[in-house]
Design a binder for this molecule. Structure first.
Ligand code: NDP
Ligand code: MG
Ligand code: MG
Length: 331
């Protein structure tokens, strides 16, 4: 069973007297920086000039180029996009790391797949909130928090674990619970979840359902409502109370159909395919493909993005959502 840590597991703040450089001021960056500061930690921001830099200054932070921030800091939390972290690290962060510093991440990808190879004399830890940055900040301001995972990859000082837990407390997560993991487990489960189920699995499932109805002669608008628009209602119920609440809330016809037809769609073949996706994550094939495409300027990524954006479900959906301005209220 997973070990969970709370506020009282962290008696002393291992970050006291240390300067934390938060690199990046986007979704995670702004939330970590502000929560840590509210908890009396010393935070500076490392960022290139642009929109994020302006936002950080407006929020009252000292802002430096990434290299300068890394030089001034004891702990460097890298919250730039995953695909640019390798270059950013090599060019600006690595030359400014000193023995006994700590390097921190909110996702294990670059460490686990050796894109970033830290020197042996620094601590390397991860604190990964299980939610987007605006929730990390909003829940903190409300007195709650988003739970986080934490892990230690390298403990050069003997203090890496204390630092990670203090960081997790600094962003608020120990208020609700922090779960211990490893870089390997966090990275592989995160990639699997987004590929097989959350992003890849879900959109492919919706598209297959949409195409099945449209090819059978049904109107695309109805197909969109039935297989896409209503998804949120179902997912909200599962989020709130598991499958049980969803099945309690839908009609008996829908619940019966769920049991008899779900396993006819997601068959053991589908699970075998999921296993292959997991294999490619575990053996590094997915990471290599992504990193190589990134190095070439993402030609494959851009082609896939363009191809998917042209699907009929997207054009039909865009028209229908104009009838429902309320669905856009979270913009
Ligand atoms: P965002 O895209 O929201 O923010 C990235 C930030 O990095 C921006 O402030 C951007 O600034 C800055 N940046 C981009 N390029 C550079 C550069 N070359 N030099 C310096 N700064 C740069 O990223 P996220 O917050 O979503 O992700 C950060 C990390 O957090 C990732 O490792 C991600 O996996 C992890 N994570 C994300 C979660 C999420 O829900 N978003 C959840 C948990 C973990 P600019 O405005 O100038 O582009
Ligand atoms: Mg992910
Ligand atoms: Mg129905």
């Amino acid at each position: 069973m997973v070990k969970v840590y709370y506020d009282d597991s962290v008696k002393e703040n291992a970050l006291e007297g240390k300067t934390i450089a938060v690199v990046g001021y986007g979704s995670q960056g702004h939330a970590h920086a502000q929560n840590l500061r509210d908890n009396k930690n010393q935070v500076i921001i490392g960022i290139r000039e642009g929109k994020s830099a302006e936002a950080a200054r407006k929020d009252g932070f000292e802002v430096y180029p990434v290299g300068e921030a890394a030089k001034r800091a004891d702990v460097v939390m890298i919250l730039a996009p995953d695909e640019i972290q390798g270059k950013l690290y090599d060019n600006e962060i690595a030359p400014n790391l000193k023995e006994g510093n700590a390097l921190a991440f909110a996702h294990g990808f670059n460490i686990h797949f050796d894109v970033i190879k830290p020197p042996k004399n620094v601590d390397v830890f991860m604190v990964a909130p299980k939610g987007p940055g605006h929730l990390v900040r909003r829940t903190f301001a409300q007195g709650f928090a988003v739970p986080s995972l934490f892990a230690v990859y390298q403990d050069a000082t003997g203090k890496a674990r204390d630092l990670a837990l203090s960081y997790a407390k600094g962003i608020g997560s120990t208020r609700v619970g922090v779960l211990e993991t490893t870089f390997k487990e966090e990275t592989e489960t995160d990639l699997f979840g987004e590929q097989a189920v959350l992003c890849g699995g879900l959109t492919s499932m919706i598209m297959a359902g949409f195409e099945t109805l449209v090819e059978a002669g049904y109107q695309p608008e109805l197909a969109y409502f039935e297989v896409c628009h209503e998804m949120k209602l179902i997912v909200d119920l599962i989020y709130e109370g598991g499958f049980a609440k969803m099945r309690d809330s839908v009609s008996n016809t829908a619940e019966y159909g769920d049991y008899v037809s779900g396993p006819r769609v997601v068959t053991s073949d589908v699970k075998a395919n999921m296993k292959k996706v997991l294999d490619d994550i575990q053996n590094g094939n997915f990471a290599k493909d992504f990193v190589d495409d990134n190095a070439k300027g993402f030609p494959k990524f851009k082609e896939l993005r363009a191809k998917n954006a042209g699907h009929q479900i997207e054009t039909v959906g865009a028209e229908l959502r104009k009838m429902m301005p309320f669905v856009r209220e979270n913009d």
